[in-house]
Ligand binder design. Sequence first.
Ligand code: HEM
Length: 466
Amino acid sequence: MTAAQPIAHSSPLSLPPMLPSHGPWGHIPELRQDNLGLFTRAWRECGPMARVSFGFLTPIFVFDARAVKHILVDKQQHYSKQTRGYDALRMLLGQGLVTSEGALWKRQRRIAQPAFHKDRIAKMVDTMRIASCDLVERWAPWADGQTEIDAAEEMMRITLRMAGETLCGVDMSDESSEFGRGVAVMLKFFRKKISTPLPLHWKLPTAQQRRSDQALEAMDRIVHEIIDERFRSGVHGDDLLGMFMSARDAETGESMDRTQLRDELMTMLSAGHETTANAMAWTLYLLSKHPAVLRQLEQEVDALLDRPGDAPTLDQLKSLTYADQVLSESMRLFPPVWAVARRAEIDDEILGYSIPKDSYTVMCSWVVHRDPDLWENPEGFDPDRFSPERLAAAKRRGRIRTAYFPFAAGPRKCIGDAFARTEALVLLAAIVRAYRVELCPHQKIVPEGSVTLRPRDGVRVTLRRR
Ligand code: HEM
């Protein structure tokens, strides 16, 4: 893959170039069929920024790390989340931490932040360890090198358990859990809805609409039950839910109402499991394709954990440096949140292009993480590029921070980044110590870009004991 040469513009304030399209629907058919392909083509043909036509909208795709920094960090106050994608997400998450803005977001972030402090996360490691050991045990009957399991589905299940237990003290992962399935249904629905030129709140009598209504209802019921149960117990507790329940507004002294509690819990449970599950699924996939990397990782893990069935303790996590690099590299090639959108609230200028007020900008980590100007051998899976020495060398050469932004950047950066890394490390080490995970033959692994980057048809694997 090679980047297009920078576009020469005659006027310093021309709009970013328009990606050519054919037909009345512009790029919508391509977006629906293969959105990752559309982003990649726009980058190849137009360079660092490109306009595309969705008929009713002309978003600007952003593929340049400096432009990403401009929008997410330097001028973040002029870029909002009032976008079509976020409007769709609000139908599920309401006004929780991911979707809210302004004073409400500021207050909620301040309340939630301590729950993600490293001391708090340290206390969650035991819960993560127990869940990881249970997973190893659950897989034991299938470890015959023949039985096929879907690693992506298994990762969804276990990360939902970890998020539920650590954030609100509830294991939601059992087979009958409607929550995980609900998230999957909703994300599929959003993908379609966002690319349809109809108002988002319109409901058509389709089977998909019905399925999504039912999914939302079930998820709502689950979240409300958790909140009701906590109120009934009379003890708020010191997990994230407890912190939200105990918080009082500094000015009015009022506590959060039920709707706000529902929105925050729905947000944390959805954002907190789906993303990490995808990161893990892609990591297991990549490891199964790169035996030399897997061997090195096994050596590190075997030196640390005495026997299969073990998972790392808090102290041991520090020694998993190669495992951490593997995760970083996996999120470079398959960033679980592969595109981040913002709306320009002012007329702006980026890289010499005019960005008119109300433009939708879409920053694409899927492409930036593959830019050959930023990454040597960008398509290669090379965890060593995240070694301290090579990171320092890249910094010396002037590579900017937003060359890599799986958790975004600036004030709206992911609040759960350390949480996610910790749970992924614990889980990865436990799995690698106990099993060889091998990809089943004759399957095509297709990345599908919805809100998150999922393997469209899962990742079918077999397991061998080590
Ligand atoms: C590998 C795992 C994860 C990835 C790749 C990821 C990625 C991201 C990204 C890119 C954003 C910024 C979105 C935007 O600005 O438009 C974000 C925000 C957020 N994430 Fe994560 N996330 C992960 C795990 C988690 C976990 C485990 C939690 C909670 C337990 C979480 C909670 C949140 C919240 C609440 C926000 C909104 C923060 C704010 O705006 O103040 N995430 N995440």
